[in-house]
Design a binder for this molecule. Structure first.
Ligand code: BDR
Ligand code: CA
Length: 328
């Protein structure tokens, strides 16, 4: 028995703009016995708030856990900017799949309040996997002065480690959409781990068409769900020269739950550009030679083959969907 199993599953919240790989990250929280997903909090990002909520319900259904983990609706727009869509990348975020929505519910508690309450109920224990713009996290830290201290660890998908952006040359989408939130979060004193877009995701979390075909052959409803939801983003990725589907959000959940996937990381001083239009949302990651106090651990290398094997194993699970999934 590993130390983790002896300690029990990891209590966590996934703060998400649910589309495509966010759905895969949710599957990790919902299906991996090493994870104890307490709540899903929704934030404005990828594909429009209401569609994201549909995608989260759909994913709960695909995992056979509809109604078991609450969805809390959080901030419907960035702190000070207009929302920026990524529908050109993700379509509706679910490959056109849907379920009968009759009787589906979301929690009456706001996402920010759920984050604050669950952190306060488990001081130092709760992990947050933040895989969308950081609006909910920034709002929670403004609302509750104890929030930063109560959160055990904050895993953030965002930025690039002195590399390329994706929505602009300079910026990765999550930080671009709400740069003020990202800046506030990195200045707040959380115990932060960052999973960046470039180079980490682009090198270690891209699944080629050959690998995706092997996943499709698994033949479970979960594998069919996965294959379908990644299709639109795969086409976009290939159109911009990336040789496969990208999985930054599921990588973020995976390295939290399975730190053995982690091969290399370093401490950095991370700050986010908010003043410039040209470099809005750029993440400056200073690697220790500029006399700046580190505020985050940035993941530099993961076991890419191990990550793919992990996702395949997850999708091998013979889960029966909670509701029939239209379009599968
Ligand atoms: C990030 O932006 C979103 O489109 C993805 O879900 C991921 O969180 C990658 O830049
Ligand atoms: Ca996301």
């Amino acid at each position: 028995m590993t130390l983790r199993q002896a300690q029990g599953p990891i209590p966590l919240i996934i703060d998400t703009d649910t589309a495509q790989d966010d759905c895969v990250a949710l599957l990790i929280g919902l299906l991996d016995p090493a994870a104890d997903l307490r709540a899903i909090t929704m934030v404005a990002g990828n594909v429009g708030f209401d569609q994201q909520v549909r995608n989260a319900h759909l994913t709960l259904a695909a995992a056979g856990r509809l109604g078991e983990v609450p969805i809390h609706l959080g901030c419907r727009r960035p702190l000070v900017r207009e929302w920026v869509s990524a529908e050109n990348v993700h379509g509706d975020g679910s490959g056109g799949l849907s379920i009968d929505e009759e009787g589906l519910e979301v929690s009456a508690e706001h996402g920010v309040d759920a984050l604050i309450r669950l952190a306060a109920e488990n001081p130092g224990e709760l992990r947050i996997v933040a895989i969308g713009p950081l609006t909910n996290i920034a709002t929670a830290l403004v609302k509750d002065p104890d929030f930063v201290r109560n959160v055990g660890e904050l895993y953030i998908m965002g930025g690039s480690n002195n590399g390329r952006g994706n929505i602009t040359a300079a910026a990765e989408y999550n930080f671009y959409v709400d740069p003020e939130a990202a800046k506030a979060v990195f200045a707040a004193g959380f115990d932060i781990t960052v999973i960046p877009w470039d180079p980490l995701t682009l090198r270690d979390a891209v699944f080629s068409r050959d690998r995706l075909a092997e996943i499709a052959e698994i033949g479970t409803p979960l594998a069919a769900f996965f294959t379908r939801i990644v299709e639109t983003t795969l086409a976009f990725d290939e159109s911009v020269g990336i040789p496969g589907s990208t999985h930054p959000d599921s990588l973020t959940a995976a390295v939290l739950v399975h730190p053995e996937l982690l091969l290399q990381s370093s401490l950095y001083a991370v700050d986010i550009e908010t003043a410039s239009d040209l470099t809005r949302g750029y993440s400056a990651m200073s690697w220790g030679v500029h006399d700046l106090e580190p505020n985050a651990r940035v993941i530099e290398r993961v076991d890419a083959d191990g990550f793919l094997v992990y996702i395949r194993e997850l999708l091998t699970s013979a889960v029966v969907p909670s509701r029939s999934i239209r379009g599968l």
